[in-house]
Structures are given as C-alpha cells and as structure tokens.
Design a protein around this ligand. Sequence first.
Ligand code: GDP
Ligand code: ZN
Length: 479
Amino acid sequence: MHNDTIAAIATPPGVGGVGIIRVSGSDAFEVVLPLLKRPGSSTALPSSHKLTYGQIIDPQSSEVLDEVLVAFMHAPHTYTREHVVEIQGHGGPLVLQRILRAVLARGARLANPGEFTMRAFLNGRLDLAQAEAVMDLIESETEAGQRLAMQQLRGRLSDQVQQARHATLSVIARIEASIDFPEDDIPTPQAEELNPLIDEALRQVELLLAGSDQGRLYRQGLRTAIIGRPNVGKSSLLNAFLRTERAIVTAIAGTTRDTVEEAVNLRGIPLHLIDTAGITPTEDPVEAIGVQRSRAAAESADVMLLVFDSSEALTEQDRLVSTEAQAMGFGVPSSTLSSDEQVATHQRPVLLVLNKSDQEQRIDRAELEQLWPHATFISTSTFSDAGLQQLEDALADVVLAGRMLHSESVLVTSTRHQEALRRTMENLRAAGRSLEQRVPLDFVSIDLRTAYDALGEVTGETASDDLLDKIFSEFCIGK
Ligand code: GDP
Ligand code: ZN
C-alpha cells in the first residue's frame, strides 16, 4: 500500500515568514492531532480544510515548539487524495526541523523527493504528464514556459495524447476481434476501413511532434555560445545583453574561471548566454585551458554568436576560429534543413557579429561573406548599443523561425514525451504500410500495440516503475 504516512518540510530551505510542514497518509490526523494544543484544550478533529490556531508541543519535554496554523484536510479532496495535514509555522529552519522531528517521532516517515506528487499520480489525481508539469511549473524561467507548464498541468496535453490512444485502440480492437473470433460473424477488417483510423491517430501525434522542438526550447532554453578570438568584445557583448534586457531571468551559478553563463529572456525563451575566454592558438598552458573550455562551450551550444572586431582587418586567428566553428557544424542555413536532419548532421545556426561599429571599419566584409556564405551578419557596438536590437531579432528569427507562441498553445516541452511520440509515429506508420502490403493482421496489431504503449508512457499508464522512480526522484523533497 502507498498510504503509510509521510511528512516533509514543503517550503524552501532558509528563513521565511511562514514555513509549512506537510503530512500525508492514512494516519496523518492521528499523527498530528496529539501534538496540537488549542485554546480551550479541545481534542476533537477540527473541520476539514479550515485553519486551526494552536501550539505545537513537544510530547517528551512539553516544550512549546511554535505557534501555528494547522489545516486538517480529508481525503480525497487533497493534493495526494489521502488525508493531509499542513502545519504552518514560523519560517525558520530550526523551528521547522523540530516540528518535523516531533511529527516523525509520532510514526510518520520522512517523504522521499517528489513522493507527495507521486502519490497524487498513483492515486489517480494527476497523470504522469501532469505530475511532470508540476515540476516544470516550479522550475519555469519565463512566463511563456510557465504558461505551457500550466496547460500541461490542466491536462490539455494528456487529452490530445489520449485521443490518439483511443483511436489506436479502436483499430486494435477491430483487428483482435476478427482474430479471436474468426468463425463468428465478425468480418476481417479491410485496409480501407482501418487506414483512416490509423491516419487519425497519426495526425494527432504528428501535430504534437511538430511543435515539440519549439516547446522544448521554452522549457530547456537555448545554449548560446559567444565565440571569437580574444579582445573582439565578447564579454562586452554579454554585458550589453544583460544591461539592455530588462527581463533577466536567472543568474546561473556555473561560473567557471573561463566561461560565464547568464540567462536572459528572449521572447519567452530562456537564452543561456555563455561567454568564453576566446579561441586562439597558444603555448601558455593556463591560457590553453581557457581555450579548451571555449571549444567545449561551442561544441555544446545550440546557437553560436561568432564575434569579430570590425575595426581591424581579419586576422589569421579569425580565420582559424571560423574554420573550427564550421567543423563543429555551425553555419548551414537552418531553413534548408528539417529539424531531424539538423540533429543527424549536428547542423546549428550561427550569427556573425561585427562588433565595434562605432570605430572606422577595416574588416574585409567580402572575405567574411566568402567564408560564411549563408550566415546573417549584424554590426554592433557595445559602446552605443547600436545593433543590439537587430541581434536580438536575428536570434529570435533563427530560433523561432517565425513561429509564435499563442497563449492557448499546447506544446510538448519534454524530451521524454517527444521521444515516446516519435516511437508512436514510427509504429503507426509501420502499421499503415503493413496494411497496404496485406501483411497478416496479427503483425499489424503488434505495431499498433507498441504505438499504444508508447503513448501510454506519456500519460503514465504504461510507464515502468523504474521510469516513475527516475522521474519523481528529480523532484525536491516536500513536493
Ligand atoms: P573579449 O576578450 O572578446 O571578451 O573582449 P572584451 O569584451 O573584453 O573587450 C575587449 C576590448 O574591446 C575592451 O577594451 C572593450 O572596451 C573594447 N570594446 C568592446 N566592445 C566595443 C565596441 O563596441 N566598440 C569599441 N570601440 N570598443 C569595444
Ligand atoms: Zn572576454
């Protein structure tokens, strides 16, 4: 059974006005009630979903641990669908720890990461995609990301997946009925009859997949490496971005000695800008480490801003950096490749930034255009902020390719869902082909089953215990 009683601090670590301890399970009321001393010394269970004022008393020492408001909430109208108690105390780490210890001493068990949400899932309050949306909602970096997570939490994605699942099941049912009862009156279904049903499921799945690369961007953000030889203005460019971009979303800690990462909000997409030390041939071992890290940042980036100093002629180092970037797969025009091809060939977009436009221009533009025949060029000055808006527009163009996010959009935002939907698509297509080729129906049915199960992985019906453990262990404790 999943309803032993669990407890955890649900508010973030640190000091706050209020801190909450959450308790869930069959014995949640019995665990907490004896710890609570109320005015008039009532011991009856307070009414459900109402706040009750009182003190939490340490049962051993009779010491008053805190002054609290407590909500006793009856199953099933709770987050986990079990009995839930929430104790609101003062938000100090020690106070909350001591209340939690008293609760655990009464027989509750410390909750695992994500265990409250896992129970909500196991008890049927949320499906798996919705449970995942809880975490996306907490972690969203932009309003657009938050809106998408909310749509998913409300079940909009699950609805579409379920539609495709039902369509697939109806085909399976027809095929299997004719296989199981051949001598009865059930006629063998014909391809002409089954194909439209498979197509309907396929259309749903393809629609979801079509938006999934964009959806993942809103959730995961975009790694944008600022690359170039030393002194062209890479760090100044990053700072200019941070200065002009009002909606800074987060300051990312992963600041190593040689690369700095900051996030800004690019039309709803968390843009993770990585400033690098610069790529240059060097004998100096310390400098070599920086160059190596710059290369690694470039290798892992989704987009590259390749920066040149336009007040100087092109140098051998500039040419070298260009060659390296192309060898990494940057610079093929993205519009000529489908996203699958881009993944397969590792082709990624590059924007060429001609910085220091406030100075006399000495760079050989013709040679650069020969080096980079498909790239977009943008002149910038980090001194006057000239060109920064164009750079942002160009980035948005490259990234979104003209697609806009509507507030009612339902987009697949997770790699896991995308991967399951791809498998669904492949198996539905295989089933369609087999039908055309008059392959025996039990083989068609195998492909359809695989597609049906893959769809179930999104919503959780066919997710393995290992997968569930993996997903929920990424949650924080108390959620
Ligand atoms: P990085 O080594 O590529 O990161 O280059 P920095 O950002 O450290 O800049 C190198 C030098 O170029 C500094 O002296 C900056 O003040 C200067 N610089 C950066 N951007 C501009 C610009 O747009 N115009 C001019 N005139 N100088 C710039
Ligand atoms: Zn720098």
